[in-house]
Design a protein around this ligand. Structure first.
Ligand code: ATP
Ligand code: MG
Length: 560
């Protein structure tokens, strides 16, 4: 155990990476340096959050540092919009990267000189095979490849060709720079992998300076080495790339020797965590954008009302395993619900209004009642205007007086009900329209029952939420549910798009909120009594036009 370990307060379970780090610290490692290396070709999602929590959390735990580095080696799919969104998301999760944001492209000059170094050492060559030929020469997993006919070019010729690739003399796809390793290696990644390819694209950071770009493998380990990263944590699909990672570290004049460790990707059922698929959902308009509240993106979850703390707690609760795993969405939602139950302010919103007239309350009068913002925490009080005309939820009233009192906590004629934080009332009568639909319920209030029990024989059937019909504000409520209605949207026949839950989004506009809620700050979260948890929309909520997003129901209704 290292000294650092004794005074850390990190709640992450120990994992195999931390075990390695503790050994390294025991053997004299001075400082742990990790990095989170997103490619800016999409928004971050819940899987990235796990990687962020692991990388930043590990650095925090061992008093080290974590860099944010954009792996921007493929300009054709990358964009500044993604760079900005990723930075915002990492900060919102509550992490601080060490120093400035870094970019793989910051090191392009160094990579180029290292490519020249390999050529001089006889360890790299320019290859003119086209893609089809190259794949034929590469062989199969079970069958060795063949040496490229360009493998024995002289260093002079290779240096000249590489320079000319760099100055734009050759077409895309006409030549690549390859490492000279082993065309018979059982590991395909070692069969003379590509180091540079020609891409005549404008890069979001370097503009038109380059028209050759390094491959991931010829960039990642070197970036780690330049930055002094000690533990380069990535997902399992890179395990087969590790020998190549190490080959570059061994064969280049790098300033430090990082090591790569792989852990299992996080997958969650009922959603997808492939950037390509998320991008397709956005591009084809199946969702309103990367930050649609149904998306498993960090910005989507944020807009939905998930807190950074709930996401971090969930990620920290997960094992860091050496196999990929799928976690139940309900497990994630448990953390979201628990966090909201602890922190969301209580409020009332009537989503399907029915008018309730209190016949013994004077017209035009407003009585201000108070209610606690939170039942357990001392978060102060809120003001509830009580008036003659109220709204209650249509589903809370029934004309059927024979319904069991115990089972149905409904307002029925002739019976008593407590209005939350207000009076006990007794329903007397209904008013119907021509079609027979109930348009008003008439009731009387029992005096002196605010915060007090009613007299004997007037026991309420239950507690109902309500708002003033004259003082409340109208709001738009966006009701969200899981984006997919099957556990594995990716699997089975057809396309993942076929599994989109058609009921994952609906909008209610005839909703009525406590007047104070109109002034809610964007992103503030609430428990609307009996309805669930809601968040004021980050972008579209305003006092003049209140908009709330449903975060999640009060209970898990997806249980089978
Ligand atoms: P791409 O296919 O575009 O490379 P990616 O999901 O690997 O997609 P990156 O931007 O390269 O996205 O990922 C940044 C970091 O986050 C990497 O270290 C990657 O291993 C990690 N990461 C990505 N997806 C997950 C996931 N589902 N679970 C855990 N870590 C992940
Ligand atoms: Mg990747």
């Amino acid at each position: 155990m290292s000294n650092n370990d004794a005074n850390n307060e990190n709640k992450q379970p120990t994992n195999f990476i931390h075990q390695v780090i503790e050994q390294d610290l025991d053997q004299g490692l001075a400082k742990v340096v990790t990095r989170f290396p997103p490619e800016p070709n999409g928004y971050l999602h819940i899987g990235h959050a796990k990687s962020i929590c692991l990388n930043f959390g590990t650095a925090e735990k061992y008093n080290g540092e974590c860099n944010l580095r954009f792996d921007d080696t493929n300009p054709s799919k990358e964009d500044q919009e993604y760079v900005d969104a990723i930075k915002e998301d990492v900060q919102w999760l509550g992490f601080k990267w060490a120093g400035e944001v870094r970019y793989a492209s910051d090191y392009f000059d160094t990579f180029y000189s290292w490519a020249q170094h390999l050529i001089r050492e006889g360890k790299a060559y320019v290859c003119d095979l086209n893609a089809e030929q190259a794949s034929e020469y590469r062989g199969w997993a079970t069958e060795p490849g063949k040496d490229s006919p360009f493998r024995e070019r002289s260093a002079e010729e290779n240096l000249d060709l590489l320079e000319r690739m760099k100055t734009g003399e050759f077409d895309e796809g006409s030549r690549v720079l390859r490492a000279k390793i082993d065309m018979a290696s059982p590991n395909m990644n070692l069969r003379d992998p590509i180091l540079y390819r020609i891409r005549k694209a404008t890069h979001h950071q370097t503009g038109d300076k380059w028209c050759i770009y390094p491959n991931y493998d010829f960039a990642h380990g070197q970036e780690d080495a330049i930055e002094g990263v000690t533990h380069s944590i990535c997902t399992l699909e890179f395990a087969d790339h590790r020998p190549l990672y190490e080959w570059f570290i061994e064969n280049l004049p790098v300033p430090s020797k990082p090591r790569q460790y792989e852990f299992g990707r996080l997958n969650i059922n009922y959603t997808v965590t492939s950037k390509r698929k998320l991008k397709q959902l956005v591009d084809e308009g199946h969702v309103s954008g990367w930050n649609d509240p149904r998306m498993p993106t960090i910005s989507g979850m944020r807009r939905r009302g998930y807190s950074a703390q709930a996401i971090r707690k969930f990620c920290d609760s997960l094992a860091v395993a050496k196999t990929d795993g799928t976690v139940d969405m309900a497990q994630f939602e448990f953390f979201v619900r628990e966090d909201l139950n602890d922190n969301a302010a209580r409020a009332m919103c009537v989503m399907n209004p029915l008018k309730l007239v209190i016949t013994n309350f004077p017209e035009g009068e407003v009585e201000m009642l108070t209610a606690p913002v939170h039942p357990q925490k001392d978060l102060g009080d809120r003001q509830l205007p009580f008036t003659r005309e109220l709204f209650i939820d249509r589903s809370d009233f029934s004309e059927d007086t024979t319904l069991s009192r115990k089972k149905f906590r409904l307002l029925v004629p002739g019976d008593y009900m407590r209005l939350r934080s207000a009076y006990v009332i007794k329903a007397e009568d209904v008013v119907k329209d021509d079609s027979g639909e109930i348009v008003e319920v008439h009731a009387t209030l029992i005096p002196d029952t605010v915060g007090e029990n009613p007299p004997q024989g007037m026991k309420p059937r239950g507690v109902m939420h309500w708002v003033s019909a004259t003082e409340s504000k109208q709001a738009t409520i966006r009701v969200y549910d899981r984006l997919f209605n099957v556990e594995s949207p990716d699997k089975g026949e057809g396309n993942f798009l076929d599994n989109i839950n058609p009921e994952s989004y609906s909008e209610l506009t005839n909703c009525w909120i406590e007047p104070g809620l109109a002034d809610a700050a964007p992103e503030a979260t609430f428990q609307f009594e009996r309805e669930g948890y809601f968040a004021a929309d980050r972008y579209e909520h305003s006092a003049g036009h209140p908009v709330f997003n449903k975060t999640i129901g009060l209970r898990d209704t997806w249980k089978k």
